[in-house]
Design a protein around this ligand. Structure first.
Ligand SMILES: [Zn+2]
Length: 305
């Protein structure tokens, strides 16, 4: 989804800046100035844009993106960017900033192709009220088969902004889509034959992944990684771990593992990392290297052959 916006108010007041709005670039080095709201979208923009774009992110490396807050300087960066790539319904501060400013182009990754309606089988209405999210589980990027539609939207919008780059963007998008398809095939094959299909994770970020590969996610803390689990929830999860012979409780890299570690110690099971790929803790990693490490960790925990 791409929304072209015009700086009507600004143009009326300052006619001399008109050329700045239509130019290929807002950045100094002649590249398209792209602002992504968090890591997976930054990765897509970098891969599709190649050296024709400069990509910045609104979520600093190593930070947890759910509750990101924006400085006034970041909000004005959004206003001045050639392209903003974000996921509406995921980061409230970014939603507000995009609504209140006029970036030249916007790609919202929240589309019918990426998001499914949120479901909480065993949740009370009161628990549901506590969610800060909108109507959807945002974590679509953990299902690689949902990524190519974002790749296409980014490539199409970059082509609108920088038509001379059309061939480059199309070629980069095709190559990236192929990598997502190969990753999807590797997950499907790697998770086909497993002794268990239930995995326990601190932050309930893997619903799309579980759906895609026929696994069952049991979340301790819910969709918001900072939420404290209730004693009742901990008791439920403990019962599942015992009943289903779960070997491993997963925690993630950007949030304290304390709850997962305490529960695992109580139950005498292992802990391991399952990374929701919301931000990079290791600058040498990227989307694919983390996704491959996640597949290895799942195969180990679920005893897949
Ligand atoms: Zn999350």
């Amino acid at each position: 989804m791409s929304i072209a916006r015009r700086h009507l108010a600004v143009l009326a007041a300052l006619p001399l800046v008109l050329t700045g709005c239509a130019s290929v670039s807002g950045s100094d080095d002649g590249t398209v100035d792209v602002l992504a709201s968090f890591y997976p979208l930054q990765f897509v923009a970098e891969q599709v844009g190649g050296d024709r774009v400069s990509v910045d992110t609104l979520t600093p490396p190593g930070a947890e993106p759910h509750d990101v807050e924006l400085s006034p300087a970041q909000v004005s960066r959004i206003d001045g960017a050639d392209l903003v790539v974000y996921l509406s319904g995921f980061q409230a501060a970014v939603d507000d900033a995009v609504d209140q400013t006029s970036p030249a182009h916007v790609v919202d990754a929240a589309t019918e192709a990426t998001l499914r309606p949120e479901e909480h089988e065993d949740e009370t209405a009161e628990e549901h009220e506590e969610h800060e999210h909108g109507d959807h589980d945002p974590h679509f990027w953990l299902d690689p088969s949902r990524m190519p539609s974002v790749v296409d939207d980014v490539a199409a919008t970059l082509t609108e902004i920088d038509p001379d780059g059309a061939d480059t963007f199309a070629a980069n998008a095709a190559a990236l889509t192929q990598r997502f398809e190969e990753l999807d095939a590797a997950y499907a094959a790697g998770l086909a034959q497993c002794d268990s299909r239930t995995f326990v994770t601190s932050h309930e970020a893997f619903g799309y992944l579980a759906d895609r590969y026929d696994l069952h996610q049991v979340g301790i803390s819910g969709i918001d990684p900072e939420a404290e689990p209730s004693p009742a929830r901990l008791a439920e999860v403990s019962a599942i771990v015992r009943d289903e012979g779960v070997s491993t409780i997963f925690f993630e890299t950007l949030v304290s593992p304390k709850v997962a570690e305490t529960l695992a110690a109580d139950l005498g099971v292992d802990t391991a990392v399952l990374d929701p790929i919301e931000g990079l803790a290791d600058p040498d990693a990227d989307y694919f290297s983390i996704a491959e490490a996640n597949l290895d960790a799942l195969r180990m925990a679920l005893s897949c052959s």
